[in-house]
Ligand binder design. Structure first.
Ligand SMILES: [Zn+2]
Ligand SMILES: [Zn+2]
Length: 387
């Protein structure tokens, strides 16, 4: 059994943290529409005596705790939004809103950070510097972090930390490393236009199904042949649609996909090679191929000194359970914060007790967490500030 040293102040409010998480879980809100959640956050932060600003980044909340001694300003961040998904698990705190669910753990992030804010507000005199608590909307796709930054949430902040509950790891572990931990997450739509015709008379047609076949194969060579095999990249075509019937040559095919990379160089390389391949295949078969490529979140690249601080705090709570170098090709808008200032984003093991890691993945309809992990995350936040 690993020895886990939950901070005693967190241990005393653990039921309150769980209650807050379940309340938010039961009332999930999407994107920027996190009105109830933001209201609850603002009310709690005010009751802890913090200076609270609402309506930051549309519906985000920022709370400032000014310590009794001089020092840096450290920001701690949680996201508040849920997903468009029907919850199928059978828990007492199941979502009461059809088609909306906290299936990524952001309910837990908000509850943990509120718990840490409560504990730290009672230690104000001992705090060297200030703590800024950032609660943002719209992490799942709309990039709420960008709007928070535009509204000044990083002004005067020296460092920022964020954590994600992570069901791919068990309770008592914390995944943390410097450098890239999450990838850029770009999206693209490709349209192939050709000339349709009778399925028995291909002469004179430009068959978009055949063109698509060549294009799919060629696009897979970007990762296998163009990028450095020691640097992770992904090109996925997730959806393809086209054609009319078995005996009709298709005059149009659409494809939808995502590209992932850990560096800006690889991100640009993928985009450039995609365009070259599209142009080449179009010329080869006489089709017209267009692409709508949309930049998503940048890669999340942790800074060395902030990672050291996060690792030290994590080790104080879970000892040897901290530090295995977790990486994923998922994307996260925390990346925008640490493009601007030093910081670290890391992963708190939260796989439900008794379940195999990976059996309850994030974004699945029966997602749940081991609620003991909330104590770990809240303790690490407190430890980061108090040392
Ligand atoms: Zn998510
Ligand atoms: Zn998430």
């Amino acid at each position: 059994m690993k020895s886990i040293n939950i901070r005693p102040e967190i241990e005393t409010i653990k039921d309150e943290i769980i209650e807050t998480r379940r309340d938010i879980h039961k009332h999930p809100e999407l994107g920027f529409e996190v009105h109830r959640t933001a209201g609850l956050v603002a009310e709690k932060l005010k009751s802890y005596g913090l200076i609270v600003k609402t309506g930051i980044g549309k519906t985000g909340v920022v709370g400032d705790l000014v310590g009794g001694q001089p020092g840096p300003t450290i920001a701690l961040r949680a996201d508040m939004d849920a997903l468009s998904l029907q919850e199928t698990g059978d828990v007492s705190y199941k979502s009461i809103h059809d088609g909306k669910m906290h299936a990524c753990g952001h309910d837990g992030h908000t509850a943990m950070l509120l718990g840490a804010a409560k504990v730290l507000s009672e230690k104000r005199d001992q705090i060297k510097g200030s703590v800024r608590f950032i609660f943002q909307p719209a992490e799942e796709g709309e990039g709420g972090a960008r709007y928070m930054i535009e509204d000044g949430c990083l002004d005067g902040v020296d460092e920022i930390y964020g954590i994600h509950l992570w069901d791919y790891q068990g309770y008592g572990t914390i995944g943390i490393k410097s450098g890239p931990v999450l990838a850029s997450a770009d999206m693209f739509d490709i349209t192939i236009k050709g000339i349709g015709g009778h399925g028995a008379a291909p002469q004179g047609t430009v068959d978009c199904i055949v063109v698509a076949g060549h294009l799919i194969t060629a696009l897979q060579t970007i990762v296998s042949r163009n990028t450095d095999p020691l640097e992770s990249t992904v090109v996925t075509l997730g959806k393809i649609e086209g054609g009319h019937n078995f005996n009709i040559i298709a005059d149009e095919v659409k494809m939808y996909g995502t590209a992932r990379a850990y560096t800006e160089e690889n991100r640009q390389l993928i985009k450039k090679r995609m365009q070259e391949i599209l142009d080449g295949v179009a010329a080869t078969f006489g089709a017209v191929i267009t692409m709508d490529y949309e930049d998503g979140y940048p890669p999340t690249i942790n800074h060395d000194s902030a990672t050291e601080n996060a690792l030290k705090a994590s080790k104080a709570i879970v000892g040897e359970g901290a530090g295995f170098p977790y990486q994923s090709m998922g994307g996260e808008d925390f990346s925008y914060y640490i493009q601007k200032i030093p910081g670290c984003f890391f992963f708190i093991g939260s796989a439900p007790e008794g379940s195999e890691p990976m059996s309850v993945p994030h974004h699945c309809s029966h997602f749940d967490i081991d609620e003991r992990s909330l104590r770990v995350g809240a303790s690490v936040f407190v430890e980061l500030i108090m040392g």
